[in-house]
Design a protein around this ligand. Structure first.
Ligand SMILES: *[C@@H]1O[C@H](CO)[C@@H](O)[C@H](O)[C@H]1NC(C)=O
Ligand SMILES: *[C@@H]1O[C@H](CO)[C@@H](O)[C@H](O)[C@H]1NC(C)=O
Length: 419
């Protein structure tokens, strides 16, 4: 078990920095909390999607969704649960249309990540066959798929590497995006520039984090942030990585090796029961890449007002067109991890306070969550905004008579087997 030494404040500068907000008078604090963060700098882009798009939901046999969920209700709480909640949300959303002729977007409710190991890890091995089968079903029962070969269809594919359907990056890259989805819009958690598993026009969303559970762990916002840097998670993954466990392109190992004895760093593999509370007592929360560039820490950082320190080169963050990540987070290049201490300690207190203030904006938190029932400005809302911004469809998406662009037999032979 790894555990760094307890946190101790050594310099006056840190003391001021950490105690800055709680040390303010009540009036000032109130002012800080109610201050409207004005202009586009720092605010969440607020659009109302209702009236700007119409979505038709295909009715699929329950073996593609409800039956799978009934077999394993744990699918409702893991970080890929977005695919289920998005379905439920759309069924009662005002953007839904029952008339496919007037739809701008078509949605196929297929739960591809709800195949869990006994330990609760989602396995994507059956996903390609299942997805092919669902597309076969909609393309034979309705005329809309063939019209565009999916270019006006969107799919929620929240797995590690989206529609590449593998949890190991090398394998995911080798597979590439499922050929049948190459014209569709993908709503996915995976986001990294210049990567075969992120195609242009995809919508990157936050991973699912349970809103009620997080809510239940809130502590008074005036609690001092007495931890400078906080992180809980693996540094090495010896079990899954044959090369000494140096996964995450070595970034996590580097965090541990450089800062395990640094008193400013409260880092450990141990996941305490007070994890959520601890994040509310911390100034910075590390969000290094793992097997994929993203993790739920990003959402947790925003919800708990802990400035996310994003260590994942070329990451594409959720709703990057609506959320000012540069303003609320700190970006550290993977190669600069050994300098993490000096990078973070040299950030001026007023910059830290500004980031904390932006994080306190309820709109920011709302955009990271998939609450039930849905709420204005939540992540569902942001997804609809993303889809609305892609309208109207280019006339080029509609194929000519008998034109075919997709190859139904491309891809690994194993994927072609019936599901
Ligand atoms: C769509 O195209 C496929 C493959 O060409 C065909 O089998 C199917 O019947 C077509 N669907 C409709 C509704 O015409
Ligand atoms: C479709 O893909 C298969 C498998 O890669 C290939 O053999 C076939 O030639 C392709 N068909 C077309 C029309 O490109």
């Amino acid at each position: 078990m790894m555990r760094s030494r307890g946190f101790a404040v050594h310099s006056f500068v840190f003391w001021v920095l950490l105690m800055g907000v709680p040390a303010l008078g009540q009036e000032q604090q109130k002012h800080l909390q109610s201050e409207r963060i004005s202009g586009s700098a720092g605010d969440v882009l607020e659009d109302d999607p209702v009236g700007r798009l119409k979505v038709f939901i295909y009715e699929l046999p329950s073996k593609y969704n409800k039956k799978i969920l009934a077999k394993d209700p744990r699918c409702l709480t893991h970080m890929f649960a977005t695919e289920i909640f998005m379905h439920r949300f759309l069924l009662s959303s005002p953007v839904r249309t029952l008339n496919p002729e007037e739809a701008d977007w078509f949605y196929t409710p297929v739960y591809t990540t709800c195949d869990l190991t006994p330990n609760g890890l989602p396995l994507p091995f059956k996903s390609p066959r299942m997805m092919r089968s669902a597309i076969q079903y909609i393309s034979t029962n309705w005329p809309y798929w063939n019209r565009t070969e999916g270019a006006d269809h969107f799919f929620v594919v929240p797995h590690d590497f989206g529609a590449c359907f593998h949890y190991q990056e090398e394998k995911a890259i080798e597979r590439g995006i499922l050929p049948l989805l190459q014209r569709a819009t993908l709503v996915q958690t995976f986001g990294q520039r210049y990567h075969v598993c992120l195609k242009e026009g995809s919508i990157t969303v936050p991973p699912y984090a349970p809103p009620q559970k997080m809510q239940a762990h809130l502590i008074p916002p005036s609690t001092p942030r007495s931890i400078f840097v906080y992180f809980r998670g693996l540094f090495y993954d010896v079990g899954n990585d044959p090369e000494g466990g140096y996964y995450a392109r070595g970034a996590r190992a580097s965090v541990w090796e450089n800062f395990k004895d640094n008193p400013l760093f409260d880092i450990s593999t141990e996941h305490p029961a007070t994890y959520y509370e601890d994040m509310q007592r911390a100034v910075f929360c590390l969000c290094p890449l793992g097997w994929a560039p993203w993790s739920p820490r990003l959402v947790e950082g925003v919800i708990f007002g802990c400035i996310p320190v994003i260590i994942a080169d070329d990451i594409v963050l959720p709703f990057a067109d609506a959320i000012p990540w540069e303003e609320i987070g700190v970006f550290v290049e993977e190669k600069d991890v050994p300098r993490l201490d000096s990078i973070l300690t040299s950030i001026p207190p007023e910059v830290i306070l500004r980031k904390q203030r932006l994080l306190a904006n309820p709109a920011m938190k709302q955009a990271m969550l998939f609450p039930q029932p849905a709420q204005p400005g939540d992540a569902f809302h942001q997804i609809l905004n993303g889809l609305a911004r892609k309208l109207p469809h280019d006339s080029g998406v509609y194929l000519k008579q008998n034109q075919k662009l997709l190859n139904w037999t491309a891809g690994p032979v194993g994927d072609l087997k019936p599901w």
